[in-house]
Design a protein around this ligand. Sequence first.
Ligand code: ATP
Ligand code: MG
Length: 424
Amino acid sequence: MTIGMPRGTYDVLPEEIHRWHHLEHLAREWARRYHFSEVRTPIFEHTELFQRGVGETTDIVEKEMYTFTDRKGRSLTLRPEGTAAVVRSFVEHKVYAQPQPTKWYYLGPMFRYERPQSGRFRQFVQFGAEVLGSSEPCVDAEVIALVDDFLRSLGIRQFRLELNSLGCSECRPRHREALLSSLRPVRESLCPDCQSRLERNPLRILDCKNERCRQLTADTPSILDHLCDGCADHFARVRTFLDRLRIEYHVNPRMVRGLDYYTQTAFEFIAESVGAVGTIAAGGRYNGLVASLGGEDVPGIGFATGLERLLAVMKAEGVESPAPERLDCYVVALGEEARATAFALLRQLRQAGLAADLDHLNRKLKAQLKAADRSGAKWALILGEEELSRQTIQLRNMADGSQEEISFADVIPRLSATMKAREQ
Ligand code: ATP
Ligand code: MG
């Protein structure tokens, strides 16, 4: 009996790892350029953190968490998203007492018990960033610009940005009342989830994926008509900053985002090349979250993007990741003595910074050369009895098959020089 992987998970095999490295490299590179520092929080947290920080009426908390009790009976949960833990860390280490704003990013696995389908996994990787300590609208635009630059640097072009404002504790209740009055009459026709959400969090009904619910809520009152002066002004200024950066967006008053803690700006980047799971990055402002997790009243905004979906979109748009790094040298040795010398040379090559390998199966010359070819190495270093007696090797350029004999002493300087020349 063989054991397979759990549902909703996947392996990244070495032949495709370069795609992941490319994504991760660009994520870190854009974080660096936008002056975000990496934070690493635990993979599991107290369940209560997500109940409070993500919200009791969200899909995540209602049905998607991997929750377990440890041996002491404590309830722990594999992190389903990054923001709650980042804020917990910010509060726990009293970072709010330091000069603000705080700009942090994270890159790592998240866990949600969802029905697996394309673009939806139970373990998936998110790159996300948070700015804490500034309520300025240009910060909202900066976070959006980071995502936009990151997506474009991956070669992704067919996406649109949707933007909304969810108001604040002053204006949201007014919209909530208007929404409730329009939804109560159709309550019985909503899906069971929405019926139960109606009184608790009617805004979330606009986010329901059920077709019938979408129709029933098509003409509900818009949040944008209910914004208070402060939120309306904030929204207008975010839009002005985006215009200045020439970032196009579509205002979508129905977009409410899945998480309970959002206030004011909410946004989603939606890819047009893939079907149902088109949202590739999403985020928004959460001015009440830090206080609700026991910190000072510090505003925040952030985003998260799922790397699996980005890879799927890149594939759909036909953009290639850069080719994987190739081996620099493959050492071919014949005979016991030559092998021993080659083995020492191999270590020198590696210590000089070259990626190098040799045949570990003690095969014949032809088989070794074939292995050298298969390895993709740029150079084969061939060492037989004769070369050994002359203290030389045959240096073969695998691209054109040309070969020359050089002395042992010249191998490292020669190869490191060509490698450097190529890198430039
Ligand atoms: P959806 O509406 O698709 O369920 P969501 O609102 O739950 O998305 P967020 O919590 O905002 O998603 O997560 C941000 C991003 O993380 C998504 O845009 C997506 O790229 C990615 N993501 C979320 N859930 C999954 C998953 N189960 N598998 C892979 N990627 C995911
Ligand atoms: Mg979801």
